[in-house]
Ligand binder design. Structure first.
Ligand code: C5P
Length: 328
């Protein structure tokens, strides 16, 4: 093994995220939208391991990826491979640079795919950071951040690795103290393909800019989380947060079936239900993991009984987890 390359695999947890608020400020010249959003990390996480490929150094060898768990689509499109390639390009080649040997990546997909939970972006941030460590390479923070943004708008947040205010298209992240304690979260992900670009396109066509009051709510919650909120204080704000997502109406227009799932879920659990990001995952907050787990049992029974509808490809994915309070 040459230079500072790691002989043992690098293992990273790649957590999911939840948008507690999501204000869309307006469309930018580059086609993306400027946001103000409070992002928190969840305990729910994919697991990525990266190792220098066996026999690395042979010509024509490529990075490889094996995925287990949720079907994440074609491996060639996976953000893990794109992130490794972006890390290699950012390190560059030449005298004095560490060799960016081909990597063998293994990904255990636990986070539902294309769900508004940021799983692909989190895998990419873990791959970018893990590849640099596997090669023993360093990148200055600006180059790491621009490599992350080139992969996707949510990747800089995951690279930062803590509850944050996310602004711009995703490039500006400000760490927050976040939530103290471990509030439980119930995630219900209907099996529908709700593509982020489609939701933003409908938002742009129908509204174009966000509701000023959602931006104010988002900024206010960010100020509170900069000082830290207890689980009880956060739950007391669930109603305000659930109505502070500018993409909600666009998501419901793209997938009208979500309206019925959201209403039925709220009736079943007797709590406020919000949408994370561009959806389709719906969230409900609880004081603890145990209470979120009990609610998951109730919702599974309601899905079986047909009182919470299943959309498209079958029953929704139902997961109980917690808001992750530490740093990744
Ligand atoms: O950056 P990412 O690939 O995650 O974005 C997916 C799509 O979501 C973009 O092509 C764009 O249509 C939309 N988007 C946006 N503004 C953002 C983030 C995403 O318009 N801030």
């Amino acid at each position: 093994m040459s230079n500072g390359a790691h002989a043992t695999p690098i293992v990273r947890l790649a957590p999911a995220k939840l948008n507690l608020t999501l204000a869309v400020i307006g469309r930018r010249a580059d086609g993306f939208h400027d946001l103000h959003s409070v992002f928190v990390l969840l305990a729910l996480a994919d697991r990525l391991s990266l190792a220098i490929a066996a026999g690395a150094g042979r010509t024509g060898q490529h990075d490889t990826l094996h995925v287990r768990g949720h079907d994440a689509g074609p491996v060639a499109d996976n953000l893990v491979l794109r992130a490794i390639a972006a890390a290699r390009a950012a390190v560059g080649e030449g005298p004095g640079r560490p060799a960016t040997l081909p990597l063998a990546a293994r990904l255990e997909k636990v986070i539902p795919v294309a769900a508004g939970l940021g799983g692909g972006s989190s895998d990419a941030a873990a791959a970018l950071d893990g590849a640099l460590e596997a090669w023993g390479a360093e990148l200055d923070p600006d180059r790491r951040a621009s490599a992350a943004l080139a992969i996707g708008s949510d990747v800089p947040f995951f690279l930062a690795g803590s509850a944050s205010i996310v602004e711009g298209r995703g490039e500006r992240t400000t760490p927050l103290v976040g939530v103290q304690g471990q509030p439980g979260v119930l995630l219900v992900t209907p099996r529908v393909a709700l593509r982020t670009p489609d939701v933003f396109a409908v938002f742009a066509a129908t509204r174009g800019h966000g509701d000023g009051s959602i931006r104010m709510t988002s900024e206010h919650l960010a100020q509170e989380l900069a000082r830290g909120l207890s689980a009880a204080d956060l739950i007391a704000r669930a109603g305000v947060m659930a109505s502070a997502n500018d993409l909600l109406s666009a998501a419901l227009l793209v997938e009208p079936g979500l309206v019925g799932v959201k209403r039925a879920l709220a009736r079943t659990v007797g709590r406020v239900v919000g949408l994370t990001g561009s959806g389709p995952t719906l969230w409900t907050l609880y004081p603890s993991l145990a209470e979120a787990e009990s609610a998951a049992v109730v919702v599974r029974a309601a899905v079986e009984a047909g009182t919470v509808p299943s959309l498209g490809g079958g029953p929704p994915s139902i997961i109980a987890t917690t808001i992750h309070t530490g740093h990744t």
